[in-house]
Design a protein. Structure first.
Length: 139
């Protein structure tokens, strides 16, 4: 599933697209999606699309696909400069978004393209640390 986003106001639409994609993964394809995975995918989409809209001129392209038990969240934008993933620093105000994304994802990759750059983060669909195995709520 892919969509182009051109305005900062569309970040909420990007999150909604991610929720819709995960619902389709669960209901139409029968794949398990844990609560942790759903929240993490939405956080990753928010961070990557926000950064693209904030730092790159023109629209960005968000793509979501499932591969090897994980959602691949990919954002392309027209800015060729790769962002810096900073080391943890509790004294720093702000600039922690990519640090959090990297910590939560199975993998994180940045690469320059002939035009712009592409950032891909993989979020595992299955079990999470709170015992919510693939969408089964623990009460």
């Amino acid at each position: 599933m892919s969509a182009v986003f051109g305005d900062s106001e569309e970040i909420a639409e990007a999150r909604a697209l991610a929720r819709s994609f995960l619902t389709e993964v669960r209901e139409a394809h029968g794949l398990p999606v844990s609560g942790r995975a759903a929240a993490t995918v939405q956080l990753v989409v928010t961070e990557l699309v926000t950064n693209a809209r904030k730092y790159a001129p023109g629209p960005c392209l968000l793509s979501l696909e499932v591969d090897d038990g994980a959602v691949q969240v990919t954002v392309w934008d027209s800015e060729p400069c790769l962002p810096i993933v900073r080391a943890a620093d509790p004294g720093r105000a702000g600039q922690h978004g990519l640090e959090i994304v990297v910590a939560l994802c199975r993998s994180f990759e940045m690469r320059r393209e002939p035009v712009g750059k592409r950032i891909t983060a993989a979020v595992v669909l299955g079990d999470d640390a709170l015992g919510d195995e693939a969408g089964a709520q623990v009460c």
